[in-house]
Design a binder for this molecule. Sequence first.
Ligand SMILES: Cc1cc2nc3c(=O)[nH]c(=O)nc-3n(C[C@H](O)[C@H](O)[C@H](O)COP(=O)(O)O)c2cc1C
Length: 369
Amino acid sequence: MSSALTDLFPLPIVQAPMAGGVSVPRLAAAVSEAGGLGFLAAGYKTADGMYQEIKALRALTSRPFGVNLFMPQPEYADPGAVEVYAEQLAGEATWYEAELGDPDSGRDDGYEAKLAVLLDNPVPVVSFHFGCPTPEVIESLARKNTLTLVTATSVEEAQAVERSGAHAVIVQGVEAGGHQGTHRDDPERDCAGIGLLSLVAQVREAVALPIVAAGGIMRGSQIAALLTAGVSAAQLGTAFLATPESGAAAVHKQALTNPLFVRTELTRAFSGRPARGLVNRFLREHGPYAPVAYPQVHHLTSPLRKAAAKAGDAQGMALWAGQGHRMARALPAGELVETLAVETAAAQAEAASAQVGGAFGGPAGSAGR
Ligand SMILES: Cc1cc2nc3c(=O)[nH]c(=O)nc-3n(C[C@H](O)[C@H](O)[C@H](O)COP(=O)(O)O)c2cc1C
């Protein structure tokens, strides 16, 4: 399905922005060079840090790429809950010989400053996570020829994205690794996450925007299925996290396919907002009572996570991963893009030939009789 977005890059493959030093310029460059769309993650960076990464990426490739911003978060209602959580984490701080971080280190992630940089130095694509920007912001970026994408995790959020005037919606299924991009964190909705294929079908009937699908995608056969379901491109995070170009810690990469980690879970343990990660000791122990307090809990646990990573201790780190993590391949990112493209084409050809021969091995329409 052609759109201003897909006209930018030849393959229907988007490398998900991954904050925390994962989607570094060399990863985004390798993906864009191979014909996908590479992404930088501005989340948790300063505006200048983001700008320096854009410059570094531009030095590596002249192909289109995207930059992802976090939306500012509303004022948090119950600071007492964060204080209680800090007390509950005191043992972790002692264990890792680290101080807990200051939960009040900011809620807006430097949004306005980052936008100002992106308006002064336009990039081909900007995507937004954790909420929907105003139509004025979308319009100001459009005037600079920047295409805008916004994550949605429900039909209602996708409709809000359409009303904002964004060019495309990133439909994020509950399988996705890392944070759910839910517009407003509501604990009432904790069990309301929708699987990707189901959500794509619902969003397609509700909005006319091009769709980029994200969540649990690890193989070209899944991309082919999603293209058949009407999406324009697939956005993969965990699959690219495992590549040598990704900036993820080696222990994080290894954990994706380590049989010790048998499943993933959505948790507020590390950041105060639901994010999917491999179930490890920290998640198991603190997830059940972690408060609804993003980004306060993110700031609070940041030194602990850094200390655990420095010690190579996978049990204390946020091991973000989607449900498909076991299928991760440690291929160079460009090779992964090419492999995914070949797999997608093969699955599409197989489906086409099955249709000609009758989808279930007999004459068309005889299935199940
Ligand atoms: C380590 C990690 C970090 C992430 N950081 C971001 C981010 O900064 N911005 C964003 O929009 N999405 C982020 N995501 C979510 C991805 O955009 C995407 O929804 C997800 O990776 C798709 O699921 P998958 O990991 O199963 O492919 C992150 C995902 C992971 C695994």
